[in-house]
Design a protein around this ligand. Structure first.
Ligand SMILES: Nc1nc2c(ncn2[C@@H]2O[C@H](COP(=O)(O)OP(=O)(O)O)[C@@H](O)[C@H]2O)c(=O)[nH]1
Ligand SMILES: [Mg+2]
Length: 331
């Protein structure tokens, strides 16, 4: 038996530990929440429900950009500013590309060295490589646990691949896109849609020989974002430059984030967005449950391969196949 029930604590022990800000218990609770074992579901939900009243009070920041753009180094420098203000910071580093090697996560740990040692900071790499927003993704629940543990700023770091940026955008208040000068948008894997949902674009590594290129990139992106239609928040995307290594421009980014917080609080968007995100979260959860239940259904399982075969051969149309399977499922 793989299941190690002994490793689980009673619900109250998780809740007490989290509320006391105990990092070891917090980590164990996140492991529990991330578990997809049916045996863990009740306990997970119990813990989540108990901590819910203590959650929601952090500023949630999403940071995305291609591998090597400087996310981890940036977070380390920005994080040091937060902690210098005595703010507790949690960093959830999610890297779907590191599923096999876990290489980037190791890199992250060394690149966030001072944060990793800081008692005010908590770093949680997601080693599962789970697809953000996909089945088994518990990033949102993890955010809630960290908030209940007293973390006032939560950074969700993700690599700009696939759909993960969009998923992160759906769980944070402020969405920051990091870019480097010189590389084209396509080279950076930046899809247009991503720039449009960013609350800020920061050109990293604006130091040494790179300073001028960074300034040029900044005005180019400024011109580009001016063309976008106004966002629902009423906030216009800002473009900045920074050097995490030389500690330049980071304070300005923090001021900008605080400005955004003030702006969206005053115009009511902050709350509207959180509410929308919760509704979306509920629907995603329902979709995941439905999908799981559908593919686990024995009648469906029995016919699925055969139907796939017929679709492949062109005997059966995909729509009809889906409809037939759906009817079987509903029977
Ligand atoms: N010159 C310079 N290099 C940087 C800066 N930030 C990060 N780097 C370097 O860029 C590389 C990738 O950084 P990392 O933070 O791991 O990027 P990530 O993959 O986006 O998390 C590392 O070699 C860093 O030392 C910066 O501000 N200036
Ligand atoms: Mg990194």
């Amino acid at each position: 038996m793989n299941y190690k029930a002994k490793e689980r604590l009673p619900a109250e022990a998780y809740v007490k530990g989290i509320l006391e800000g105990n990092k070891v218990i917090l980590s164990k609770a996140i492991t529990l929440i991330e578990s997809n074992l049916p045996q863990d579901e009740d306990l997970s939900l119990h813990v989540l429900e108990a901590i819910l009243p203590f959650s929601g009070k952090s500023l949630r920041i999403g940071i995305t950009g291609i591998p090597g753009v400087g996310k981890s180094t940036f977070i380390e420098s920005l994080g040091n500013i937060f902690t210098a203000e005595n703010k507790k910071l949690a960093v959830l580093a999610i890297d779907p590309s590191s599923q096999k090697t876990k290489g980037s996560i190791m890199g992250d740990k060394t690149r966030m060295e001072t944060l990793a040692k800081n008692t005010l900071a908590y770093i949680r790499p997601t080693a599962t490589g789970s697809k953000l927003g996909g089945v088994g993704d518990k990033s949102r629940e993890t955010i809630l646990l960290c908030e209940a543990a007293g973390y006032e700023v939560i950074i969700v770091e993700t690599v700009g691949v696939g759909q993960s940026e969009v998923s992160v955008h759906g769980m944070v208040d402020f969405f920051l896109l990091l870019m480097i000068a010189g590389a084209g948008d396509e080279l950076q894997g930046i899809k247009k849609g991503i720039m449009e949902i960013a609350d800020a674009i920061v050109i990293t590594k604006a130091d040494g020989k790179n300073i001028n290129a960074a300034k040029i990139a900044r005005s180019a992106y400024e011109n580009a974002v001016h063309l976008y239609p106004p966002s629902e928040s009423g906030w216009a995307c800002k473009v900045m430059t920074c050097s995490a290594i030389e500690n330049q421009g980071l304070k300005e980014v923090w001021i900008l984030i605080k400005d955004y917080y003030k702006f969206t609080n005053e115009n009511g968007f902050y709350e509207i967005k959180r509410n929308q995100q919760n509704i979306q979260w509920m629907h995603e959860n329902i979709r995941v449950r439905l999908e799981g239940s559908f593919y686990k259904d024995l009648k469906v399982k029995d016919c699925l391969l055969d139907f796939e075969d017929q679709v492949r051969q062109g005997i059966l149309s995909p729509t009809i196949a889906a409809k037939k399977l759906w009817n079987m499922y509903k029977m």
